[in-house]
Design a protein around this ligand. Sequence first.
Ligand code: PGA
Length: 252
Amino acid sequence: MRKKIVAGNWKCNTTLAEGIALAKQVSNLVAEKGAKDVVVVLGTPFTHLASVATAVDLSRVSVSAQNCAAEAKGAFTGEVSVSMIQSTGATYVILGHSERREYYHETSETLNKKVALTLAQGLTPIYCCGEALAIREAGTENAFVKKQLEETVFNLSAEDFGKIVIAYEPIWAIGTGRTASSQQAQDMLSFIRQLIAKKYNQNIAAECSILYGGSCSPANAQELFSQPDIDGGLIGGASLKADDFLAIINAY
Ligand code: PGA
């Protein structure tokens, strides 16, 4: 079912103690003030997953990893598998974030493996896509995002595609304070939904949760979330402050 989702992406921030405190604050605020019908997700570092899953009320807040290994298990020193992630109580995995594509050379081929493993383990991938500034300035952002989807999640069966969440994050808006306008975000999300309808069918397109990410804040969340195709946000910087994160959740 198409859900409204506000997912925090803590990236490489917070010590374990800070992360637990932040997660508890969010969980308590959601309990006190409610989150309407919004699914709240905390994307924490691997080291924090189990502790955060224990610290929060999992009936109100879900926990997500920010990446996973491209192999199920074995001799891959330093990697964290999806079954390990699942064993912590986490239920989501953010995949294909532009920082991972850029700094860790994640390719569509690797992402296909990660998406498949995540789904096989019954976890929900939050699949990220989005273009760099030069592509936006050249006016070729639609073709670029289409290719990203075609090389990865459009390889999924209709049944599996129905289980994923898409996050559109224009790279030029990430951590820059330069948010896409609500019209730019709406246009791209509507385009993505049309692509899904063409590739699969109208029903799968209508049911898919598509999020916007990139300098989303309490100041602009309401305007963004009021757009018909925006089903929530993937929030970086503002997810590190419980009050700001709650304000974004309650922007619906
Ligand atoms: P930002 O990050 O909200 O700090 O721009 C978003 C993201 O990278 O997911």
